[in-house]
Design a binder for this molecule. Sequence first.
Ligand code: SF4
Length: 329
Amino acid sequence: MSKKGRVFSGARPTGRQHLGNYLGAIKNYVALQDDYDCIYCIVDIHALTTVETTEDLKQNTYEMALDWLAAGIRPEESIVFVQSHVPQVMELHTLLSMVTPLGKLTDLPTFKEKIRQNPNNVNYGLVGYPVLMTADIVLYKADVVPVGVDQAPHLEFARETVRSFNYRYNTDVLIEPQAKHTEVQKVLGIDGKNKMGKSLDNHIELASTPEETQKRVMQMVTDPQRLRRDDPGDPDVCNVYSLHKIFSPKDELEMINVECRKAGIGCVDCKKRFAANLNKHLEPFRAKRAEIGQNPQQVWDVLHDGADRARSIAKGVMEEVREAIGLPE
Ligand code: SF4
């Protein structure tokens, strides 16, 4: 069956993935494989713009790739690789930087946010981040990039950069990627307030044991107005319930929705049910992860094979780019 086009997406090597990563990206990555040729990249060079130490970089790359594979990324179809294994992206980044006004980069809200987060590490790479991101996408002539609402300005930046490049060198060698808007579920952490993330330690790891998972679930903040067991609750404002909606069967959901409102079910029981359903859902993932994880080299082989395939696309595109610019042969 012919596919609709080529998708590219990249993610920083953040190690073991959590529920937020799964619902916000990985689940979608897996689904896109049915309709598109997919290229999924672990962007280790991007990570260098903000990391202070690289001692976990290899392990984090490995753990993340392992999670992707266990979740259903199919490396025999999709290209999965590490950004730095295809050095052509650095070359394209430099060439694209020549058509990028500096003011445009420093005006981006994400750059301002990064300065706020890392005031003592405002490096050149941080400013050029969106240019490298553009290079990531166009180096593989990706037609489509899955984006959530908050990443839309970055894709627009990439499209403008492609237009500037093609106009400057009177070419059509680079392709303007189209946004595929995805409904990214905003997953709150167990604190019920902030987006789920490792830095706030409010996450639930996919690869945790069932016991660890249950322990984290039992710590989840519920409806803040429901202080005692006999207070009625409101599932509409409860983070546990919002996750129940994703992982629990319909009849159980309906029961909780009714019983919670009249204090017929307590939060402890409700959370135990959620933990059980979540663990059940993650069982195949965990089994596959354990199986692949028995041979770590298998994961590196997937990444190296992906890099070979990515490099062969990149090499061809860079030849076209160099020719379009008029660089000496
Ligand atoms: S019973 Fe369940 S849905 Fe209701 S407040 Fe407690 S955890 Fe939330």
